[in-house]
Write a protein that binds this ligand. Structure first.
Ligand code: SF4
Ligand code: SF4
Length: 182
């Protein structure tokens, strides 16, 4: 595979290769950039805050029970195609080991044995709450969660933009447009 030819519509395995290639080639320069380091740290904190809010609202217990007893149903095969190379690169920068193969053919490529393998997730995954949850959880708690998730997504957006800007400086402009269309 030519890494320059990977695009948003490429199979997830190719986007993962792109993210790994990018991580190996540019990690050193990326983690020298203070805004990137700050955003990564703020993102980790924001993800933890969202997760804590989910736990306190009782959502994690509902999901655990659903996965155990009803097989879950919200992380279906194909959802991985929403992810672009940049979001996968952010996960690599957060020390996530990206999977090489799908754990379950009916499920998203990123669903592992104990849940989602990613730390930085797509807005669709962050925002999704099924009816089972919206029917059972107090709306005030859901609003508090939405607030935390909003912070998480805002930081993710800023980090994404910063990464693109720094890599645009590192990669010759003639190559950048095709290379970065992932
Ligand atoms: S979000 Fe809904 S469908 Fe998905 S695991 Fe939780 S309870 Fe089950
Ligand atoms: S939460 Fe994770 S496993 Fe579920 S659909 Fe999103 S990326 Fe896939």
């Amino acid at each position: 595979m030519n890494i320059n030819e990977v695009s948003l519509s490429s199979p997830i395995e190719e986007k993962i290769d792109w993210a790994e290639h990018c991580y190996k080639s540019f990690r050193g320069q990326l983690i020298q950039d203070k805004p990137i380091v700050d955003y990564l740290k703020r993102l980790v904190d924001a993800i933890q805050a969202s997760h804590k809010e989910m736990g306190e609202a009782g959502i994690l217990d509902i999901c655990m029970d659903c996965e155990k007893n009803e097989g879950g149903s919200c992380c279906g095969a194909g959802l991985e195609n929403k992810y672009d190379g940049w979001l996968l690169l952010i996960n690599r920068l957060l020390d996530v080991r990206l999977p090489r193969k799908r754990h379950d053919k009916e499920s998203c490529f990123f669903l592992g044995e104990s849940g989602c393998l990613l730390k930085a997730r797509h807005v669709i995954c962050v925002n999704y709450l099924c009816k089972k949850i919206t029917d059972r959880i107090d709306p005030d708690k859901l609003n508090a969660l939405r607030e935390k998730e909003g912070i998480e997504l805002d930081i993710l957006f800023l980090l994404n933009e910063r990464l693109k800007r720094i890599l645009r400086e590192l990669i010759p402009s003639s190559d950048y447009l095709t290379w970065a269309n992932v």
